[in-house]
Design a protein around this ligand. Structure first.
Ligand code: DOR
Ligand code: ZN
Ligand code: ZN
Length: 402
């Protein structure tokens, strides 16, 4: 299918990729194909997006969120269930997956929410969903949330009897106060204490870790975690620049903490965006969350070009999430996997410009940051993007059980 410089088995080699029915059949120097300029990388998996839709279409829809993902070189997203209504039962899960089937540009899967109402029969709900769909995880489970139904106690976590991966938003409510900018009221201690408690209870995947202490604790345990670009690139010092838009949970941290996180990105298994769009008006009224699915891979490549991160870091957006969440045929460029490829010209570093992005959020905390956007994206062997989108909505595949 194509031939060029390709990231294969952790190194850049010159080779061709042969594809049949969307699956990689062969990778090798002898494989002929259309020669491409730039670097052929595996397309990314973003394991943490909030595509809203349902009663919050004004913030984002699966259609606009997934379009934004495709422009950022993402081939598969894991959507989060804190929607309105919450995805807390089979019926809502099924309804949302059917919507995604019609409207997603990229491959799509969805977590199940854990609430104080469904905790007792979560096992049965999981079972029912898994008869039809591939369920990546229960989560994100909130140890702190302003909505009582979504705030889960350590006791509930302890008593839960379900053999399914849980992804945890770890902040301890005892150290979370109300107010804006929220970094003044949601202390690093909130995250550190919550992570400590959870690690005593079980093995989890922790969402968006923002403190070096928590990152180190998790890396020494059998749990895994993800880290977001905003937590290792932006700090409280961005308060003036971001003005009323700065709130995100967990909040941005001090410059010192952020520098340490950037130096220790290697300790996190996964990098994810926590794409959490709100309108600018809602942001100015205090809503927490940053859009980021489209800038995730481009920012990481911008850092790789500058040698701030090494090229293997891309495994945190490809191979590692596939392994942790069990996405078969996703992740690496490897024989037997889907031909999910993103081609980047690393010489084309550009400044992020909100006018060129596709989320409904219509703002970005990364305006002017260096980034490398994909020239082309192949999903299951189909050229889905070549500067412009070449597929229709609904092209994305929803993950069903096999
Ligand atoms: O900033 C955040 N926004 N953090 C979360 O955990 C939830 C998210 C959202 O859904 O807006
Ligand atoms: Zn969260
Ligand atoms: Zn989230």
């Amino acid at each position: 299918m194509i031939y060029g410089k390709i990231y294969y088995k952790g190194r850049v080699v010159e080779a061709g990729v042969e594809v049949e029915d969307g699956i990689i059949k062969k990778v090798g120097k002898e494989v002929k194909g259309k020669e491409v300029r730039g670097l052929i990388l595996p397309a990314a998996i973003d394991v943490h997006v909030h595509f809203r839709d349902f009663n919050e279409k004004h913030k984002e829809t699966i259609e606009t969120g997934s379009l934004s993902a495709l422009y950022g070189g993402v081939c598969l997203v894991v959507d989060q269930p804190n929607t309105n209504p919450v995805v807390d039962c089979y019926e809502v899960y099924d309804r949302r997956m059917k919507m995604a089937k019609k409207s997603s540009y990229v491959d799509y899967t969805l977590n199940l929410a854990l609430t104080n109402k469904n905790a007792k029969n979560i096992g049965e709900i999981v079972k029912k969903i898994e008869k039809k769909y591939y369920l990546p995880a229960i989560g994100e489970v909130f140890t702190q949330h302003e909505n009582d139904e979504l705030q889960i106690t350590y006791k509930t976590l302890k008593e839960l009897s379900v053999s399914k991966l849980l992804t945890i938003h770890a902040e301890d409510p005892r150290f979370v106060g109300k107010g804006s900018p929220n970094f003044k009221y949601r202390l690093p201690k909130a995250e550190i204490e919550a992570v400590k408690k959870c690690l005593q209870i079980g093995k989890y995947h922790f969402c968006h870790i923002s403190t070096i202490k928590a990152l180190q604790m998790i890396s020494k345990s059998n749990s895994t975690c993800e880290i977001t670009p905003h937590h290792f690139l932006l700090s409280e010092d961005d308060f003036k620049r971001l003005d009323g838009l700065i709130n995100v949970n967990p909040p941005l941290r001090s410059k010192d903490e952020v520098e340490k996180l950037l130096k220790n990105v290697g300790l996190a298994e996964v990098i994810a965006s926590d794409h959490a769009p709100h309108t600018i008006e809602e942001k100015l009224n205090g809503s927490s969350g940053f859009p980021g699915v489209e800038t995730l891979y481009p920012l990481i490549l911008g850092l790789i070009v500058k040698n701030v991160l090494n090229l293997n870091t891309i495994e945190k957006l490809t191979k590692n999430p596939a392994k942790i969440f069990g996405f078969e045929r996703y992740g690496d460029i490897e024989v037997g996997n889907y031909a999910n490829l993103a081609i980047f010209d690393l010489k084309k570093v550009e400044k992020i410009d909100v006018e060129k992005l596709h989320s409904k959020a219509n703002w970005t905390p990364y305006e002017g940051f260096d980034a490398v956007f994909p020239e082309k994206v192949f999903i299951r062997g189909v050229e889905a993007l070549n500067t412009e989108v070449l597929v229709d909505k609904g092209f994305g595949k929803i993950l069903e059980c096999v």
